[in-house]
Design a protein around this ligand. Structure first.
Ligand code: SAM
Length: 279
């Protein structure tokens, strides 16, 4: 695994990432998404990429916010069902209602491991969790493309008991893994390590709801970024769910996942969402 930096909330390293690690001149998915959510943790290159996306799809900011709503609802559901352990891969820069905050509201003893390969995510997670009251929360820099290394990491093993159910979050991250990197194997490897009763909380970008030319143009925006985008069809996303039991309402457009109003369900978003249980 590449450089790995992890810590418990009470055990943060003193040194922030070097500025050169942040590569401000290259758009980063975490920072583009932060801008779309209305955040300030981004650089001009990220904002330029995000503005291109907005000009293609003016609703993309609302779509990003609805993805966060899905994340919060799914984490709360998992915690209310008694799952007290969360492995959140592709965490993103902390935003409103982060996984540990939602889970620990339901269960103050909930344990959360955040994993992201972008050093800016670690820098902000560190700032967020420097104070008291963040329970058992661990953050590490690692890559979804190396699931064996994540699973074997001693900090992950210390934080999570793999003999008991875990909620695995892969929220708006798998579309940064192209077909050649075999995302289906990566997900299957992670799921194989989890106990029965574990939940997969997944959202994924798709081109199913837009004209092909717009999908191609949106994908093109990420060509100069640190990670490119591979939108997937419903059938491709269903492959991630092989052998799992879908939790109501199944695999649906992300804003429609347990939407609280017809208006909410009708928000345009280029993504699907699902929660599925390992039998
Ligand atoms: C669009 S953000 C989603 C953040 C959060 N999960 C959410 O849905 O609100 C995607 C995140 O995945 C991270 N990411 C992309 N490729 C990754 C990889 N190969 N391994 C780990 N994290 C990755 C990015 O750095 C970014 O923080």
């Amino acid at each position: 695994m590449a450089e790995t930096t992890g810590w418990m909330a009470q055990d943060w390293p003193d040194e922030p990432p070097a500025a050169s690690d942040l590569r401000p001149e290259v758009p980063h998915p975490a920072r583009i998404y932060n801008y779309l959510l209305g955040g300030k943790d981004n650089f001009p290159a990220d904002r330029a990429a995000a503005e291109q996306l907005i000009s293609l799809s003016p609703g993309i900011g609302a779509a990003a916010r609805s993805n966060r709503t899905f994340l919060r609802r799914a984490v709360r559901l998992a915690a209310e069902q008694g799952i007290g352990q969360f492995l959140d891969i592709g965490t993103g820069i902390p935003s409103e209602g982060n996984t540990h905050q939602v889970a620990q509201l339901v269960d103050p003893a909930a344990r959360v491991v955040y994993v992201d390969n972008d050093p800016i995510v670690l820098a902000h997670a560190r700032a967020l969790m420097a104070g008291p009251g963040h329970g058992a929360t661990t953050v590490l820099q690692a890559d979804l493309r190396e699931p064996e290394a994540i699973l074997a990491d001693p900090r992950v093993r210390a934080a999570l008991d793999f003999d008991r159910p875990v909620a695995l979050l892969l929220v708006a991250v798998l579309h940064f893994i192209d077909e050649e990197q075999d995302p289906y194997r990566l997900v299957a490897t992670l799921l194989a390590a989890l106990a029965p009763g574990s939940l997969l909380i997944l959202s994924h970008g798709t081109g199913d709801f837009d004209p092909p030319a717009r999908v191609a143009a949106g994908t093109q925006v990420y060509c100069a970024a640190t990670a490119q985008v591979t939108p997937r069809s419903r059938a491709q996303i269903e492959r991630f769910l092989t052998g799992l039991e879908l939790v109501e309402p199944g695999l649906v457009p992300a804003p429609a996942w347990r939407a609280e109003s017809a208006e909410e369900a009708a928000i345009w978003a280029p993504g699907y969402a699902v929660v599925a249980r390992k039998p």
